[in-house]
Design a protein around this ligand. Structure first.
Ligand code: UDP
Length: 384
């Protein structure tokens, strides 16, 4: 295939990311498979990105993530400066067949505003689509700018104007799914794990309460706002409470964290994360929001750990109730389901991941969408 794609990862973190970085991780998972399929990739990112690609474009020498803690008027130009660099690049060359954009709001707005001079573009919606109603509710990307979701349920809730631009959804993937069913199975411990940013939508307070009520050991893994280690949060003092996720943790979760039945271990990464999840009897997602994509859900399956969750957002698409996990509409039932999940076969979870959630499956689907976006863009140019 001869297709050149400008992959716009944005200015916030390098690719792959140094630690927590959802979108940058998706790009790091997708790009090697696209290149295996013959796609040339021009990566628009920051200077410190190390992902092997065919060409690189950057405006900032390194990731600007820490700027997000600053007041709006000091940070609002960062993504715009990056997009201005991408627009300059697109205007200066004619070999880019398609832009695959991942930059929240400003990526979509800029590509739509560039008009017919720019190549066709696919903008992946990685987030909750209730955000940005003024942009999404009035989007006009013409025939050239299309969007895709990361689950069907996410798109079903989107404003009509955004859905009119949609070419479908692509589920998230994990490298852990490759040959997941062939890896040796680690012994299971007794613990249940919640893996994710600690915030009200992810529902760690529910998990902690249920752990005490139903008497199971619970490990909460993930950052609280910008704090990745319990000692960093403790050292930050009262100022940390300015962050809403810190307030949520201190007020709603920490009272249940006793260091014994319920532990918060901060962010876990790499092999430690994989071991923690693979040895858990269940990964619990007591969601209070419509989870758009659920990377941690597919990682749990790939590591052979059944999922127990509220049936919200993408969960019913990713989890086959009774086969790879247990879902409920009633959060009070989650505790009983944790105890019942012993009946789910970890090998079945791994097989499901190896079939549905590999990077190769994701890349194949994106290549199909690239073709679709290019066809839709050129259809209007054909003489009638
Ligand atoms: N994660 C991690 N360590 C932690 C908590 C989370 O590496 O302690 C990773 C998790 O494995 C997943 C990502 O962070 O890859 C979270 O992505 P997800 O789509 O589940 O949630 P989001 O944060 O994007 O809403």
């Amino acid at each position: 295939m001869s297709l050149t794609v400008l992959m716009n990862a944005g200015p916030w973190l390098s690719v792959p990311p140094p630690g927590y970085g959802g979108i940058e991780n998706v790009i790091a998972t997708l790009v090697p498979e696209l290149r295996r399929l013959g796609v040339r990739v021009v990566l628009a990112s920051v200077g410190t990105s190390t992902l092997p690609v065919d060409e690189r474009v950057s405006v900032f020498p390194d990731g600007q993530f820490s700027a997000l803690q600053r007041p709006y008027n000091q940070v609002c130009g960062v993504a715009q400066a990056h997009l201005a660099g991408v627009a300059r690049e697109l205007h200066s060359r004619d070999d880019i067949d398609l832009v695959h954009d991942h930059v929240e709001a400003v990526g979509l707005a800029t590509l739509a505003a560039m008009g017919p001079d720019a190549p066709p573009a696919l903008h992946t919606l990685h987030w909750d689509l209730a955000k940005h109603p003024a942009l999404y509710g009035h989007l006009d990307g013409g025939d050239r700018v299309r969007v895709n979701g990361v689950s069907a349920s996410q798109l079903a809730r989107a404003p009509q104007a955004l859905r009119d631009h949609s070419v479908g959804h692509v589920h998230l993937a994990t490298p852990l799914a490759v040959d997941a069913h062939r890896r040796p199975r680690p012994p299971k411990g007794r613990h249940v794990v919640v893996l994710g940013r600690i915030n009200p939508g992810k529902g760690q307070d529910v998990a902690a309460r249920l752990a005490h009520r139903c008497r199971f050991p619970l490990v909460l893994a993930g950052p609280v706002g910008p704090y990745h280690r319990p000692e960093d949060l403790a050292a930050a003092g009262d100022e940390a409470r300015q962050n809403p996720d810190v307030r949520f943790f201190l007020d709603e979760v920490a009272p249940h964290v006793d260091g014994d039945r319920v532990r918060w271990v901060g962010t876990v990464a790499g092999q430690d994360r994989d071991d923690l999840v693979a040895s858990a009897r269940v990964t619990l997602f007591p969601l209070r929001w419509e989870e758009p994509g659920g990377t941690a859900v597919v990682e749990s399956l790939a590591l052979g750990t059944p999922v127990v969750a509220t049936a919200r957002g993408c969960l019913p698409e990713l989890i086959d109730h009774g086969r790879t996990g247990l879902l409920t509409d009633d959060e009070e039932q989650l505790g009983e389901l944790v105890l019942a999940a012993g009946g789910i076969d970890p090998a079945q979870c791994r097989r499901e991941a190896a079939t549905r959630f590999t990077p190769a499956v994701m890349a194949q689907r994106y290549v199909e969408l690239y073709e679709r976006v290019r066809q839709l863009a050129s259809a209007r140019l054909q003489p009638v």
